[in-house]
Design a protein around this ligand. Structure first.
Ligand SMILES: Cc1cc2nc3c(=O)[nH]c(=O)nc-3n(C[C@H](O)[C@H](O)[C@H](O)COP(=O)(O)OP(=O)(O)OC[C@H]3O[C@@H](n4cnc5c(N)ncnc54)[C@H](O)[C@@H]3O)c2cc1C
Length: 471
């Protein structure tokens, strides 16, 4: 007989395991289905995304610091980079967190099934168990959180050897390529470009749009391009790669790219495809439900993450949006609170921080000046440089800036855009200020310890009305 649950969640990433905990706190009985081999929870983020990449980037950043040690009075001759040890440490971090998530499921009495979940009916889910056999589960509610997977261009097959994806980079245990072409300059592309450069590779970034990190403020794109080029990363924007020209006959790969300057054949040991991701819905048998998707396979939901089927919700990458782990987790929480009859507030998309962990880091939330003006706001904006912040000079990181965008009529914060040291951490203050409807003046009134990098947030906020002190 089918086991009954208040909630069955399909997919154990951030949009699955986090709401599972919240649902359990709300007194619901919860089943969580995850198909990953080994039954590991945490989804893309923990297994092949946020966590392993940032573990690798940590080594990249330390290597950079050691190599620049002489400026700080540290003789660093003989510093050696040992990639297999870096990879081992990456796996240790991942494994520790995997154990942590498994422990949280036990603590919260979430019943975990290792297998593929699919709909039989809107309230009946079949699990094809990984170790054979099948289970049927009945559910008052279902949350779909099946996430996303690597995507590629038509005609460009990922062979995991010469043409690789982010999954291949984070599963590599032995070898760092001597040269890499990175196709695509979104967060994933620029993070890996930055990492490979710090690891000593020749790196070329190819972007079809006219600027890298194209979803960020244009000045941030320009600054990142400048800093990448200073580091010896070749950046090619408004440049289109031709998958049909791919030539793998030699030691590495060759591919033709075309820009306004004409055609050129790029050559490298590996071609990393980082052009975006696609939703994972193929196993779900959505035809057994009224759940709707758009033409890109993105599940359509309302502001509480309800699909076209009343009892079925969806959250995370599978519903599109920012494709970020923290957004996925929050969406899932709102979904289960709503199905439990709580009264959650819909998530304001302008309060979701966007973070990119290349060197220099990039972080932002809310609207850029251009976007705010398009929406009819009268805008005031500041730009405060890190070089005027003592701690940035102490750390040897004087490049970059923070911009604050505010509504000239109400003084409310509309957005923040930052590039420079640790901005992925610093952005949290701006998000909180916006959440509580704070103004730039109030950020400025909150006393920032000295000398800290956080002073850049206070100064950039005060600069909105021309009251910055150190610039
Ligand atoms: C290289 C890389 C780096 C990233 N870095 C960051 C970062 O630094 N910060 C950040 O916020 N975001 C980052 N992201 C994005 C982040 O990983 C995703 O936004 C996040 O994982 C989405 O969570 P999710 O739960 O929606 O989906 P996923 O994490 O993809 O989880 C979905 C899970 O569902 C399972 N599944 C799918 N279909 C079924 C089925 N039918 N039955 C059972 N199980 C199923 C999958 O196996 C998977 O484990 C990164 C992504 C990549 C690729």
């Amino acid at each position: 007989m089918a086991e009954k649950f208040d909630l069955v969640i399909i997919g154990g990433g951030n949009a699955g395991y986090i709401p599972a905990i919240r649902a359990s706190q709300l007194g619901m009985s919860v089943a969580l289905i995850e198909k990953r081999e080994g039954g590991y929870l945490g989804g893309t983020c923990l297994n092949v995304g946020c966590i392993p990449t940032k573990a690798l980037l940590q080594t990249a950043s330390m290597l950079h610091e050691f190599k620049n040690g002489e400026e700080f009075g540290i003789k660093t001759d003989g510093v050696e980079f040992d990639y297999p040890t870096t990879a081992k440490r990456r796996d240790q971090v991942v494994n520790q967190l995997r154990r942590g998530v498994a422990g949280l499921m036990k603590k919260n009495k979430v019943q975990v099934y290792n297998g593929v979940g699919s709909f039989v009916e809107p309230k009946k889910i079949k699990v094809a168990l990984n170790d054979g056999g099948e289970e049927e589960l009945e559910a008052e509610h279902v949350l779909i959180s099946t996430g996303s997977a690597v995507n590629t261009l038509p005609g460009l097959e990922i062979d995991h050897e010469k043409v690789i994806s982010s999954d291949d980079v984070v599963n590599e245990n032995e070898h760092v390529p001597e040269s890499v072409i990175v196709l695509g300059s979104g967060a994933v592309g620029v993070e890996f470009a930055s990492m490979y450069r710090d690891f000593g590779a020749e790196v070329t970034v190819v972007e079809i749009l006219d600027r890298i990190v194209p979803l960020e403020d244009p000045e941030i794109s320009a600054e990142l391009e400048k800093q990448f080029e200073n580091r010896g990363i070749r950046v090619m924007t408004s440049t289109k790669a031709d998958p049909e020209s791919l030539d793998k006959s030699g030691d590495g790969v060759k591919i033709k790219v075309e820009s306004e300057d004409g055609e050129e054949t790029l050559e490298a040991e590996k071609l990393l495809v980082a052009i975006g991701r696609k939703t994972v819905i193929e196993d779900l048998n959505l035809d057994a439900t009224k759940v709707e998707t758009n033409d890109r396979g993105v599940i359509q939901v309302d502001e509480f993450y309800r699909t076209g089927e009343d009892s079925v919700y969806a959250a995370g990458d599978v519903i599109g949006g920012y494709w970020l782990a923290h957004a996925a987790g929050h969406e899932g929480i709102v979904a289960v609170e709503h199905m439990a009859g709580e009264d959650p507030l819909p998530i304001d998309q302008n309060l979701i921080p966007r973070v990119t962990f290349c060197r220099p880091e990039v972080a932002s939330f809310g609207l850029s000046r251009e976007q705010a003006e398009e929406q009819g706001y009268e805008v005031k904006e500041s730009k405060f440089p890190f070089r005027a912040i003592g701690k940035a000079l102490i750390e040897g990181e004087p490049n970059g800036f923070v911009k604050v965008v505010a509504d000239a009529e109400t003084d409310l914060i509309l957005g923040m855009h930052a590039i420079g040291p640790h901005v992925t951490e610093l952005i949290a203050e701006g998000v909180f200020a916006k959440l509580v409807e704070g103004t730039p003046q109030e950020i400025g009134m909150s006393v920032h310890a000295h000398p800290t990098l956080a002073e850049v947030i206070g100064e950039s906020a005060m600069a909105v009305d021309g009251h910055a002190i150190h610039f």
